[in-house]
Design a protein around this ligand. Structure first.
Ligand code: IMP
Ligand code: MG
Length: 374
């Protein structure tokens, strides 16, 4: 590990790996331009080490020039003006190979290509030691690439972090401390009807300062004149289940209301694998993810007797009728199984024994969460 200013970096590409790759790039270039009049143009400052090592392996009778991109404020109509300083070779009819340390968004190389286009070169190729495909949005993908790397900041072998670290002989990658977003506690709370999800959600919300999102409550709480509510109602009115994409849209709208939440308890969602996948995509776009699915496990007989005694208090018709109860339990079993499997496949399923006093079950859940490495 090395420290550059306030950041820690760890070795990413060693000096030996760099040398091997530089030699192989040179071999390709030597073969591709045999007999041609080649001018290498290395872009300062970052490419000084790469250019130096590369040139030692180039056997072509060639020239090299070091340039620097600079931009200055033009007039109010021209705005920022770019220029290439240091180019004093005649490129007329020559083959040009631009030597870059790294191509990230591709903005710099696009500007360089534009500036070079007036020099009358026969062709212009780009050779970059490093390339970040995920960050790239330019038009000139490098013709020769040493290493395609992930979209993370690197330093060393010419590359700097605020001008420091260029002298390192290997390439180092930043060691990211986990961001606040990725530390969010996002719990998918699962359990059959009567398992105690509502009660436990309240306690979880309290203890870990979470937002509790129950899809049932969200549906019921929608502004009835809103487009989504009308859309959802159009399905419900025909006796159809609200489709996944509508449910997901509604849920995303709800989550987006709490941009600063420490975490979210998802209660009653996702109910299908498609919803679970959509939730993953949505959370990852926000830089976070589902932490764990907590599934409350309660045997069927226990559920039935709980629901029937709850009916005496709640007066909920769907709690009183044994046929309806059985139906709800069956639906739970058939739809939950695949969702639980989905999270199990991501090593995110925690099963909690849901039999016992409310306090006992709460203690089991807290324990499971407190022992997570976060
Ligand atoms: P681009 O215009 O986005 O392709 O970026 C070009 C310039 O950004 C490079 O020439 C570097 O100076 C700088 N840069 C991009 N990514 C990194 C990195 O990971 N480490 C150090 N400098 C970088
Ligand atoms: Mg550079």
């Amino acid at each position: 590990m090395v420290q550059v200013l306030d950041k820690s970096f760890e070795v990413f590409i060693t000096r030996d790996e760099i040398q091997t790759e530089v030699e192989s790039l040179a071999t390709k270039i030597n073969a591709d331009f045999e007999g041609e009049d080649v001018v290498f143009i290395a872009v300062l400052n970052g490419s000084f080490m790469f250019a130096s090592d590369l040139m030692k392996c180039i056997t072509l009778e060639s020239e090299i020039s070091f340039v620097k991109m600079s931009s200055y404020e033009g007039t109010s109509t021209t705005g920022k003006v770019n220029e290439l300083i240091g180019l004093n070779n005649n490129l007329e009819g020559k083959t040009v190979v631009i030597v870059e340390d790294i191509i990230d968004t591709g903005i710099t190389i696009d500007k360089i290509m534009t500036l070079l286009s007036m020099e009358g070169a026969k062709e212009v190729k780009v050779c970059s030691l490093l390339y970040k495909p995920q960050a790239f949005k330019g038009t000139h993908k490098p013709d020769y690439i040493g290493f395609s790397i992930p979209n993370a900041f690197v330093v060393g072998y010419g590359l700097d972090y605020n001008e420091k670290g260029r002298n390192l002989d290997s390439i180092y990658q930043i060691k990211e401390s986990k961001s606040e977003k990725s530390k969010m506690l996002n719990i998918v709370l699962f359990g059959p009807p009567g398992a105690g999800k509502g009660t436990q959600s309240e306690r979880l919300k309290e203890k870990y300062d979470l937002v509790h999102i129950s899809t049932g409550d969200v549906f019921r709480g929608l502004d009835p004149t809103s487009e989504l509510a009308i859309l959802a109602k159009s399905y419900a009115d025909k006796g159809n289940l609200v489709p996944d994409d509508v449910t997901i849209q509604i849920l995303e709208g709800e989550v987006s209301k709490y941009p600063d939440a420490h975490g979210v308890i998802y209660d009653g969602f996702p109910r299908t694998t498609a919803q679970a996948e959509a939730l993953d995509t949505f959370l990852s776009s926000k830089g976070t993810s589902v932490t764990k699915m907590i599934s409350l496990v309660v045997p069927e007989d226990e559920l039935k007797s709980r629901l029937i005694s709850r009916a005496e208090v709640s007066g909920r018709a769907d709690d009183a009728d044994p046929v309806i109860i059985q139906n709800r339990i069956n639906t739970y079993k058939s739809t939950t199984a695949p969702v639980a499997e989905f999270y199990k496949g991501q090593d995110k399923l925690i099963e909690i024994d849901g039999v016992g006093s409310i306090d006992e079950i709460t203690a089991r859940i807290f324990n499971a969460i407190d022992s997570l490495e976060r």
